[in-house]
Design a protein around this ligand. Structure first.
Ligand code: BJW
Ligand code: ZN
Length: 254
């Protein structure tokens, strides 16, 4: 670990140790070390000819429901095979060091929960939940649906069943977004990890936090849109930098 990163880790630990309210926003990069492809890297192999932004949309689903269904089944299998990594575990443990920690994620996987985080605000939904695209009725996935060339059909309205995620152009779940917004407005420290920061309204949250006086920490393997304005930038994999921040917290904090 280089000196610049070590210094940034010490700075991050110092501000977290002095904070009562912490909000965390995670993105796909936090699950990358668990083997889940990041969103903008999700078009590997079989999927390399498709545009993820087009697949994750109502227009993409209408144009080719079987293609979009297959993409989600492929990604669901990837999530199910994955295990939480030290970054997820460090964030779960961080909750024990501060008075209030609000964990907000754009990820549709459940790796934060499996790492022990208690309540996770999923801005973009869940890849393992399903509902009818037309009438909203909930569905469980049957084993035979996984390999099917078309999505299952709703027995109430004949619409296609889709994953319970938020596509481009769709509204985020109201209450979850409100809660995330309030946490951003009220926190002392806003930690952003593993997100490119290109997707709104999630990308607005650290900006809101900083405008309300919070210290913004950005964790990413590459400079991101947040690192342009963050107060502290940790340039390195979250599975290494987040445990290092946790280890640098004074034992008596919280
Ligand atoms: C590591 C690492 C390691 C790698 N350690 N780091 C304002 C301005 C402009 C546009 C808009 C706006 N407001 C709304 C919009 C439109 C749109 C939008 O944002 N478009 C932009 C692309 C321009 N937003 C919406 O449509 C949202 N809805 C909405 O606003 O409704 C109201 C409305 C409707 C209509 C018109 C106007 C308003 C909905 C957004 C839903 C996003 N959904 C997706 C798909 C979910 C389902 C699925 O997974 O398939 O969510 S898109 C995709 O991007 C997914 C992700 O959650 C999201 C963010 O991606 P993320 O997590 O940042 O991943 P990557 O891959 O981009 O980045 C990974 C990062 O990790 C990289 O930086 C790496 O370097 C890093 N990394 N390894 C640390 N080990
Ligand atoms: Zn239906």
């Amino acid at each position: 670990m280089n000196e610049v990163l070590q210094h940034a880790i010490a700075q991050a630990a110092a501000v977290l140790a002095g904070a009562s309210r912490v909000a965390v926003l995670t993105g796909a990069g936090v699950s990358a070390e668990s083997g889940v492809a990041t969103f903008r890297d999700a078009q590997t192999g079989l999927w390399s000819h498709f545009d993820a932004q087009q697949l994750a949309s109502q227009a993409g689903f209408s144009a080719d429901p079987g293609l979009v269904w297959g993409w989600y089944m492929h990604r669901l299998a990837m999530v199910e095979a994955a295990q939480p990594n030290p970054g997820h575990r460090a964030l779960a443990a961080l909750a024990g060091h501060v008075q209030t920690l609000t964990l907000i994620t754009q990820n549709v996987d459940d790796l934060h929960e499996r790492a022990g985080s208690q309540r996770v605000l999923h801005l973009h939904g869940h890849i393992g939940r399903f509902h009818c695209n037309e009438c909203g009725a909930s569905y469980y996935l049957r084993p035979e649906d996984r390999q099917a060339s078309l999505p299952p059909v709703c027995h109430l309205c004949n619409g296609y069943v889709r994953p319970g995620v938020v596509w481009f152009g769709e509204m985020l779940p109201d209450r979850i977004l409100d809660e995330a917004w309030q946490a951003a407005e009220r926190c002392d420290v806003f930690l952003v990890a593993g997100t490119s920061g290109v997707v709104y309204p999630a990308a607005q949250l650290p900006v809101v936090a900083q405008r309300h006086g919070a210290c913004v920490i950005d964790v990413n393997t590459e400079p991101s849109l947040q690192s342009e304005y963050a107060d502290i930038v940790l340039l390195g994999p979250s599975g290494e930098t987040l445990p290092a921040v946790l280890a640098a917290l004074p034992a008596q904090s919280g």
